[in-house]
Design a binder for this molecule. Structure first.
Ligand code: AMP
Ligand code: MG
Length: 364
């Protein structure tokens, strides 16, 4: 584990194009959205899943870049509508939540069942710090209405009694995923059961999860030679730049979110996710409430951490671990990340930067 202080890190930081927790430095002159420069590089900015999507794509031609960019946007819209949204009645998460307490449960797609199994495992491995069943508590805080730079007006934190009541009903150990063989159809059906009062919220893993399919889409388009795709606080690096140099992903300085505290130099094979207390928050009576909740208390995590950045080949892991590590703090968080073969970097309350040994090779 390496520790050093913000002043040193800040001196090394470069000006970056920022995007939530992670910024992108494609190594090319900034172009207007959807314009080509001479090096076959295109950049697209759009919104999906309630967040900004930045795409920086190197391709043999504009048609190829545009095609894959559109495919990525269509995929993200579908993922939200069909799988992840807690708000849209078309999504599986919505339907699971609507089935809470019913003995019939909800017959889930294989994809949803497998995603929930992985979330359950992360719950167990993180000693409950990451909990995909925290939906009702997230709703009590009304986090989806928050933005960075939270306003004080009309915001009233939930009472500790309300939170305690909601917490008694949540916990991923209560999420049951059962396979039922169907002899007539020779297929296996998977049912998901959650008790009344519990609700799935995949806000802490959804964006990172999307990166796996985005990587598949890029691979299916051989005219695309390299890309950096940022979905909210999760970034995928893919392929190579024409000059062979590494992709640069900036880490936002939580003390000055218009600046970066450091840069990761990466090959095109990584998923990088950042969870930071500056991403969504509200202030009331001089207290700052952020969006990463400790499932043990129902309140925003208070582990001495301002942000956590996790590097993994797997986007669900980078995203889920960044949330879990934020709650666990540097010691336990480091242990968890190492167990998953991930690299992790913590920025602490006092500006100290703490990182895993493997992260040192990527961080400047
Ligand atoms: P992230 O920005 O990836 O750390 O995810 C934060 C989002 O995940 C919040 O906006 C909530 O929707 C949800 N969330 C908050 N706390 C937790 C937690 N302890 N476990 C799982 N999801 C959480
Ligand atoms: Mg996360």
């Amino acid at each position: 584990m390496k520790r050093f202080f913000k002043a040193i890190a800040a001196a090394l930081a470069l000006p970056l194009l920022l995007c939530c927790g992670c910024g992108i430095i494609p190594g090319q002159p900034d172009g207007d959205t959807e314009t080509q420069n001479s090096k076959g590089f295109w950049r697209y900015t759009d919104t999906a899943m309630g967040t900004v999507i930045w795409q920086s794509i190197y391709a043999a031609g504009e048609d190829a870049a545009q095609k894959v960019s559109r495919e990525i946007m269509d995929y993200l819209d579908n993922l939200e509508q069909e799988k992840l949204s807690w708000r849209l009645d078309t999504s599986e998460v919505y339907k699971i939540n609507a089935s809470a307490g019913s003995p019939e449960g909800y017959q889930a797609s294989e994809e949803m069942a497998s995603l929930l199994r992985r979330c359950k495992e992360l719950y167990q491995q993180s000693d409950g710090a990451f909990d995909a069943t925290l939906g009702p508590v997230v709703r009590l805080w009304n986090i989806d209405q928050w933005a960075a730079g939270g306003q004080t007006e009309n915001f009233c934190p939930p009472s500790s009694q309300t939170l305690a009541d909601a917490l008694r009903k949540t916990g991923s150990d209560k999420l049951v995923i059962e396979e039922t063989p169907s002899s007539s159809e020779q297929t296996i059906r998977t049912y998901v059961y959650i008790p009344q009062g519990t609700g799935i919220d995949l806000g802490a893993v959804g964006k990172g999860y999307a990166l796996a399919e985005i990587r598949n889409l890029l691979e299916q388009n051989p005219e695309v030679t390299g890309a950096v795709i940022s979905v909210g606080g999760s970034v995928l690096t893919y392929g190579e730049k024409p000059d062979g140099s590494s992709w640069k992903v900036g880490i936002t300085d939580p003390f000055d979110t218009s600046a970066t505290i450091g840069v990761l130099s990466l090959r095109g094979e990584w998923c990088v996710s950042t969870s930071g207390d500056y991403e969504r928050y509200m202030e009331a009576d001089g207290v700052r409430y952020h969006h990463i909740l400790n499932p043990a208390t129902g309140y925003p995590a208070d582990s001495g951490v301002r942000s956590v950045t996790v590097l993994s080949k797997d986007g669900l892991l980078s995203d889920g671990l960044s949330t879990a590590c934020f709650i666990l703090g540097p010691e336990k968080g480091m242990e968890l990340a190492v167990r998953y073969d991930a690299e992790v970097l913590f920025i602490l309350d006092d500006g100290e930067v703490v990182m895993s040994e493997g992260m040192e090779g990527y961080y400047q």
